[in-house]
Ligand binder design. Structure first.
Ligand code: TYM
Length: 334
């Protein structure tokens, strides 16, 4: 079977970008025939950005409830918390020892931190943890540990998957054919969902629309999306509009084509935003109800996560690490 794998960092409340970029395509992929799926909560990754234990725990619960509300079936897919599978860390070290430092210097997240420091006249690495620098190696371990073929993600993650291929290839070259090469799967309609201010929707920009915000909040947030000052009746440029891009991420092709015509005909922003709100709410409402019920049962969610990780370790993670330990010249612990 094809193996599909993806993760979400447990550093905050899941937003529409996570949903359209990763969760929705991943749940759809898990229902295709002949697919084995691995979906996880990236809590080791969260520690790079969030050093508030309560926030990591809350986010873990929220993201787990989100996956389940969006239709993930925990008895049909591998659903787990990254840190419940410590083999991920063991593999991270093996990959660290083959990863080129020069390649890591070029990672987007690290480079962005360096650029910011330079602008502020600081040392390149001021305030940058080694964890941020090593982020792509940890992510490569997530992917390579389970020999994932496909990784559904938003466009911001492509570089990380290319790096995973690079590290995997080097390891294979040195130690034999252990890893398959993963590919990013990007939905071109939603590759980068814009946030309220038009930049990429991201927890770091504080411009997100929470996936399960109450209806009234959702409406308020959508009405607060930044638009240009074109008046009703004036033709609007769909291709450069974040309202349009958000609409397109939720609508069918026919609905999108109709909205494109409405933009050319000068639809008023208020009307476009109302249509966007209704379209999103139509899709999200039934999921929100499930989410609200799930989030009230943390013990139930915890049991699902522990069971998933335990089975996954026995079935794949531990045997794989035993093989890899032997391959690199360490003692097989089994
Ligand atoms: P994270 O937690 O930042 O985001 C989770 C997923 O949501 C997608 N996404 C978006 N897609 C479209 N438009 C947006 N505005 C948007 N914002 C976020 C991301 O592309 C991602 O698919 N490093 C990863 C988590 C991770 C992972 C992995 C992913 C850890 N290990 C292994 C895949 C495979 C991250 O921080 O994603």
């Amino acid at each position: 079977p094809t193996r599909v794998l993806t993760g979400i960092t447990t550093s905050g409340t899941p937003h529409l970008g996570n949903y359209v970029g990763a969760i929705r395509p991943a749940v759809a992929a898990s229902r295709a025939p002949d697919v084995e799926s691995f979906y996880f909560l990236a809590d080791y990754h969260a520690l790079i950005k969030v050093q508030d234990p309560a926030r990591v725990q809350r986010s873990t619960l929220e993201i787990a409830a989100t996956w389940l509300a969006c239709g993930l079936e925990p008895d049909k897919v591998w659903f787990y918390r990254q840190s419940d599978v410590p083999e991920v860390q063991e593999l991270t070290w093996f990959l660290t020892c083959v990863a080129g430092k020069g390649l890591l210097n070029r990672a987007h997240a690290y480079k962005a931190a360096v650029d910011k420091n330079r602008e502020a006249g600081e040392d390149d690495d001021a305030g940058v943890s080694a964890g941020l620098f090593m982020y792509p190696v940890l992510m490569a371990a997530d992917i390579l540990l389970f020999n994932a073929n496909q990784v559904p993600v938003g466009r911001d993650q492509i570089q990380h998957i290319e790096m995973a291929r690079d590290f995997g290839q080097r390891f294979n070259h040195l130690y034999g054919d252990h890893f398959v090469m993963p590919e990013a799967v990007i939905d071109e309609n939603v590759a980068t969902l814009p946030g309220l201010d038009g930049r990429k929707m991201s927890k770091s920009y504080d411009n997100t629309i929470p996936l399960f915000a109450p209806r009234e909040t959702l409406k308020k947030l959508i009405y607060s999306i930044v638009t240009d000052s074109r008046a009703p009746g004036e033709a609007k440029d769909a291709d450069n509009s974040n309202v349009f891009q958000l609409y397109q991420a939720f609508a069918s092709n026919e609905e999108t084509a109709a909205m494109r015509r409405a933009f050319a005909d000068g639809i008023a922003w208020g009307e476009a935003k109302q249509a966007l709100f209704e379209r999103i709410d139509r899709e999200i409402s039934p999921l929100r109800e499930k989410y609200d019920a799930l989030i009230a049962q943390p013990a139930h969610i915890e049991a699902i996560l522990r069971d998933g990780a335990q089975r996954l370790r026995t079935r794949y993670a531990r045997p794989t690490l035993d093989t890899l330990r032997s391959a690199v010249g360490l003692r097989d612990l089994s």
